[in-house]
Design a protein around this ligand. Sequence first.
Ligand SMILES: Cc1cc2nc3c(=O)[nH]c(=O)nc-3n(C[C@H](O)[C@H](O)[C@H](O)COP(=O)(O)OP(=O)(O)OC[C@H]3O[C@@H](n4cnc5c(N)ncnc54)[C@H](O)[C@@H]3O)c2cc1C
Length: 289
Amino acid sequence: MKIIDRLREDRIHISFEIFPPKTDEGFDKVITAVDEMAKLEPAFISVTYGAGGGTSKNTARIASHIKDELHVLSLAHLTCASSTKDEVREVIGNLKSLGIENILALRGDIPADTVFPDEKRFRYASELVREIKKYGDFCIGAACYPEGHVENEHKADDIRYLKQKVDSGVDFLTTQMFFDNDIHYNFLYHIREAGITVPVLPGIMPITSASQMKRSQELSGTVFPRRFLAILDRFGSSPAAMRQAGIAYATDQIIDLLANGVKNIHIYTMNKPDVAEAIMNNLCEIIKA
Ligand SMILES: Cc1cc2nc3c(=O)[nH]c(=O)nc-3n(C[C@H](O)[C@H](O)[C@H](O)COP(=O)(O)OP(=O)(O)OC[C@H]3O[C@@H](n4cnc5c(N)ncnc54)[C@H](O)[C@@H]3O)c2cc1C
């Protein structure tokens, strides 16, 4: 089944994310985590993609396991900046042969040791989307950035390029993490005004430790609101308290989104089924209302 068909249903959908192990040794641990997450009945589970090596191979393996063994929709991420066009084509062919129907098409970060752009590689995610479309009937998702992509000084350019990307054949968008819902509402207003009509899944990252916050900020350049910084300041040095407060903060963000009419939400569960479960427990009556 295609994710876009699920998103069109008139009900609330919560999806999760898992990242593959860096080495084959960690594979079983990730499978155990994903098996636990599947019991929470997410709308789909997405599997991130790393640059080259075991990580990229494992994305397809884990996405297959989710679909075939757990009978949950899977979304395989695919990046193109770190691979040649031929390597990317091979991965798309492999996903197709495994019967994976949903791909999140991404450029990925540009590897430090690579000349980029380079005619052997796809330059933007929109080029990758066009390539995937040649392989037939995939449902294609893509990324968007409520606070703007770090490489773009001007938000207006970001939205213009996002519109081009969606027009190249994107069925839905998932946002970068954000911690202030007003930023998301403002972004939605501007992209709808720009004529982007596809479903947008806000990406919610439960921050359960001070070190995770630091990594998230480095990765996304996101702004942490004063309310979040106060939590970190007070509870950051107490792991159990920070975990509880981080789960409560993410839950609160999700409840506000749902109360404001958002139907589809993606949680960056980061291989932590216990965190996914705690949030789903907090929402158990809310998602039925
Ligand atoms: C939901 C989500 C999931 C992610 N999953 C992964 C993952 O699994 N693995 C991973 O490595 N990374 C992942 N990332 C990170 C992502 O790869 C990086 O943010 C990357 O820097 C941009 O990827 P993109 O697909 O958004 O790129 P693009 O859409 O290609 O945009 C990249 C930049 O180019 C600009 N641009 C686009 N088109 C044009 C144009 N025609 N002319 C000029 N400028 C243009 C954009 O505005 C932007 O600044 C994810 C990000 C998100 C939000």
